[in-house]
Design a protein around this ligand. Sequence first.
Ligand code: ASP
Length: 439
Amino acid sequence: MEMKVVKFGGSSLADAEHFRRVAAIVKADPNRRFVVASAPGKRSKDDVKVTDMLYRCYEMVREGKDITEHYEKIKARYNDIIKDLGLDFDISGELDYIRNAIEHYSGQDFAASRGEYLNSLILAKYLGFDFIDAESVIFFRENGVFDGEKTNDVMREELKKHQYAVIPGFYGVMPNGTIKTFSRGGSDITGSIVARAAEAELYENWTDVSGCLMADPRIVENPLTIKTITYRELRELSYMGASVLHEEAVFPVRYADIPINIRNTNEPEAPGTMIVSTTNEYDSECVITGIAGKKGFSVIHIEKDMMNSEIGFGRRVLDVLEDNGISFEHLPSGVDTMSVVITTSYLEDRRERVIASLNKRVRPDSILIEDGLALLAVVGRGMVKAKGTAARLCNALSSAGLNIRMIDQGSSDLNSIVGVEESDLEKALNATYKEFVKE
Ligand code: ASP
């Protein structure tokens, strides 16, 4: 039998109405056997996520404050869901126990994790599924690193015992029995871990958008949804700030070659985006998969006659950066010039020191640091075969009257990066989108 692991994010489980949608989705396909749940998210723009409320409780206890009023609000979130769903389910014992534990310093991660724990108990009850506590199947090592192999072995055996089950996202257990969470948004990782252990055909990640978009909708109006994207392309786009999924969530399923399908709980008919390890198919009309942009970069321009024949020049430049704790993004270079693109914030307190060390180490003819650079990445597996992509990109930008400050075709064949003035980024993204995406 085909099998799917489904994960629902916080906004998909924020209130009873969303629980009903989730249940309809799960029940519509008997292959949706294992469900990973987040804590209740925001019900409206100004609402607060339960996870944030729990972190706040933990802080209040540390500050010696009384949490009664605050904790009542958390209780109300859960009790409202139970009542609205008409469930005969009493979690007051759980709620009292958790409050007491938070007040007795059971740890920040314990407090935060209770959001998914309680939500999953309720969802399991509502669906009529078993409940598997993540603390019995997800393990961290002594040093706090996730133990993928032990988890996979134990989880696989546990899942075999259940036909249908709900598993809370976001947390697992340390060797000493204390609860530990992944970083924020970590339920995506739990979903991926469960999919791998279950040897699922598909990992469905249900959220509040209909998949990955070809561009940031705050900048480009109504961008199209990406139908299929490879893990590598997704990585390039998310590095540039486009994110729908926790970065670490791709590893367990990628390892097992299980595709991820990003879906929208509020629009279940939409096919969403498929994230796959490889595919030769691409939209030949469009060539690109997506575009993204990011501000806040600086370029260190270094010039020196005969640089190209000076052995070790590049290494010495990078040594200086390393000594100053700076990582670099791109390294476009010419015969006698080398440019290093870095994140501007690195320079905050180190600008003078970096210039002085470079002068000393490589004795250049000139050094200039220019701030205010934005990078725009055009990503697409189709670009490998298509001719003239770089020319189209440059044309689109120059037709829009924009100045290109840097181009990096990149050693990866699936992206081109151009540097533009920060103030030009929005225009550049729109011009690029218009050039490549014909609607
Ligand atoms: N509830 C957690 C958070 O807000 C984890 C998650 O939703 O994935 O970060």
